[in-house]
Design a protein around this ligand. Sequence first.
Ligand code: GTP
Ligand code: MG
Ligand code: ZN
Length: 301
Amino acid sequence: MSQDVQTAQHATVIASYGNQCKIETTDKRLLTAKSLKNIGKPLCGDNVCFKSEQNNENVIIKILSRTSILSRRNNLNPKPKQIAANIDQMIIVISANDTVKFGLIDRYLVAAEFSGFNPIIVLNKVDLLKPEQLEMLKDDLKIYIDINIPVFYCSAKIKQGITSLLAMTANKTNIVVGQSGVGKSSIVNAILPTQPAVTKEISDSTHKGKHTTTTAYLYHIPDNGKLIDSPGIREFGLWNIEKNKLARGFREIQHYSEHCKFRDCLHHAEPGCAVVAAVKKGDISQQRYQSYLSIFDSLEQ
Ligand SMILES: Nc1nc2c(ncn2[C@@H]2O[C@H](COP(=O)(O)OP(=O)(O)OP(=O)(O)O)[C@@H](O)[C@H]2O)c(=O)[nH]1
Ligand SMILES: [Mg+2]
Ligand SMILES: [Zn+2]
């Protein structure tokens, strides 16, 4: 280790704006820091070493090794965008006043399985639903309960379901993800009323429209947890996943694939495919299998 790194102090990146970052030191001071060009771009959630220069500028000189990175790709830009680092748990937020976008949820789940994040689904804005509408949505989302992915029914507005969600977040770095307007920042605020994240209402006084949150931002939550609010997305493009490995992103497909006749079975129409048999029997949801096929087609190699 170089002399520089030994005398440096440690910090966590709260938010990264290019090579300017907001960092929090181990003794809880919030500072602005620039990062050295040759170390790569620090991400929200990174653990870093920094030095304070004589002119009071703080300089990040090293990014400590990451346990995980969340990246996504969109159609407009082939280069994946890195969103945050060192994530343990992904809270996928969907809104009750929208149709359920199973394809989007399943893409997030694939990313979570490949990156080793624990996934949770939150249906927010349940205050807008009549009881029978809520029951119908619970029926639709049962396919996730069946594969052991917890689903929470919440309202950030009336603070319903927030305590049980909070109980899942202790001692972990959690990231809230989902489309713009589903209420990610509102959920963060319901959990953390004392350090409010900017939501649509607050930002509408200055700018209209969607995409209120523009940068991932890390908040501390009770019981040693961290909660990262992230910008809303329109689509969540997967990258760096090979077609013949995709089954690993679908835990139930992966489970049945062990019994396929051919080891390199892609679970389309091969003879002796245990996955197709399980779909026919109703042991794998038709909806999830269709997602598998459609994501399979969307992957490049
Ligand atoms: N009725 C109802 N409205 C909600 C709830 N949660 C959030 N909203 C509203 O939904 C809108 C969007 O909320 P935000 O929290 O800004 O959404 P976001 O997901 O952070 O959006 P981006 O930052 O653009 O990605 C705001 O008008 C909120 O008041 C809820 O539980 N019930
Ligand atoms: Mg937001
Ligand atoms: Zn198969």
